[in-house]
Write a protein that binds this ligand. Structure first.
Ligand SMILES: Cc1ncc(COP(=O)(O)O)c(C=O)c1O
Length: 400
């Protein structure tokens, strides 16, 4: 019998080698108590959270929590059904209305996760005969959507406008074309040149889908994302997003102005063949989305936090993923996995949680300490964070 697990042996070996050094497992940390969007208790110790996607700090918003509790009381704990059967409650519709208002778009479709939104929309739109042109650093859910639909995948170099254009021009005349881009790339925290890329895509007859998972709520005047900030949101055919980041709960969605959009509710398998979100979740999401629309002050503070942390880390001598802060994600590049893991543990011992990111999630085989800021981090907390980076960096030899 061939052991079907043998293909995982290289991963098992890397993991065992790392843990044999006595290091805390960076992928098995328990949040014993969560006190606020920025502080938790880990290993019995107060820990500042700098590795969550809680960009706008909505998880403890009193209105959001009240809406969830009310829905739990009035509609129960779950729908036990698909959106197309018994699983569409008033709350799912209200959530889709909140999304339509937030994006000023005609249609919104709520999925059970952002992963399923990409999986469903991409696989349903682009089939075997169609071409998907995508940035090589695209999220796993985008790649999985391409694979599920069996489309022809044409990757291009990260954020390279010319490479995108070249690929588009090589696609046979008359074929269906979907260009898939992200607003913010979550590993290095860099943004896409969407304005140019959408123009090139349209000039070559392609439809465009933009995943704004890491920009919703924060980037753009109304928090609609990078497409809004670059003034081209009306040229984008589909925006994908998630409730698991700025919205502060779980779920995913697609918004669009396409006149035939609603038919997707009947033909999109990851929408049809799965249970819908619990009423409490859609109630928290709808309340959060409506509040995010009017959160300009929080957006401004989050930019301040991002700029302050970026400048401070640079001054300490760390190598960062971008020359300037472009989003709420600031990636600190580590020389290798061992040093990255040691630095991650030293930070945790100081009382700071960041994400340790490694291949295959990262581009170019990089090991990263990924910091994601929250609008509720105070100026003092950012100062504390920089102090912890200085101490851990010196203790591990990452900086002088
Ligand atoms: C770019 C991007 N798209 C989609 C997703 C999936 O979102 P969800 O957590 O809602 O499944 C993520 C999650 O990390 C993401 O980074």
């Amino acid at each position: 019998m061939t052991d079907l697990f043998s293909k995982f042996d290289p991963v098992i070996e890397i993991r065992e080698q790392l843990l044999a050094t006595g290091l805390t497992d960076p992928f098995n940390l328990v949040m014993e108590k969560v006190e606020s969007p920025t502080v938790a208790i880990c290993n019995g110790k107060r820990t500042i959270l700098l590795g969550t996607y809680n960009y706008m700090g909505m998880t403890f918003d009193p209105d959001v929590i009240a809406a969830g509790k009310q829905a739990l009381d009035e509609f129960g704990s779950g729908t036990t059904g698909s959106r197309v059967l018994n699983g569409t409650y008033a709350g799912h519709r209200a959530c889709e209305e909140a999304l339509k208002d937030f994006y000023a778009m005609d249609h919104a479709m709520v999925f059970s996760t952002g992963y399923q939104a990409n999986l469903g929309i991409i696989s349903t739109l682009a089939g075997k005969e169609d071409y998907i042109v995508l940035d090589i650093d695209s999220h796993a859910s985008i790649y999985d959507g391409c694979a599920l639909g069996n489309a022809q995948i044409v990757p291009f170099r990260h954020n390279d406008i010319e490479a995108l254009e070249k690929r588009l021009k090589r696609i046979p005349e008359g074929a269906g074309k979907l260009v898939v881009l992200e607003g913010v790339y979550s590993m290095l925290g860099d943004i896409a040149p969407l304005k140019e890329m959408v123009a090139v895509s349209k000039a070559n007859g392609a439809m465009v889908l933009v995943d704004e998972a890491h920009s919703m709520g924060f980037i753009g005047e109304h928090g609609r994302g990078v497409a809004e900030a670059q003034g081209i949101i009306d040229d984008v055919d589909f925006i994908i997003g998630t409730f698991s980041k700025s919205v502060g709960t779980v779920g995913g969605f697609c918004v669009s102005n396409h006149p035939k959009f609603e038919i997707l509710r009947l033909v999109c398998r990851p929408y049809v063949f799965t249970a819908s979100l619990p009423p409490s979740v859609v109630a928290t999401a709808a309340t959060s989305i409506r509040k995010l629309a009017n959160s300009a002050d929080k957006r401004a503070h989050l930019w301040e936090n991002s700029k302050r942390l970026h400048a401070g880390l640079r001054q300490l001598g760390f190598t960062l993923g971008t020359d300037e802060p472009q989003s709420a994600i600031i990636a600190v590049i580590m020389p290798d996995l061992e040093t990255g893991a040691a630095m991650w543990e030293a930070l945790l011992n100081e009382g700071l949680y960041v994400n340790l990111a490694r291949p295959p999630a990262t581009p170019a085989n990089m090991t990263l300490l990924r910091c994601s800021l929250c609008a509720l981090h105070t100026e003092d907390q950012v100062g504390e964070i920089l102090g912890m980076f200085a101490a851990a960096g010196r203790a591990t030899g990452c900086i002088d």
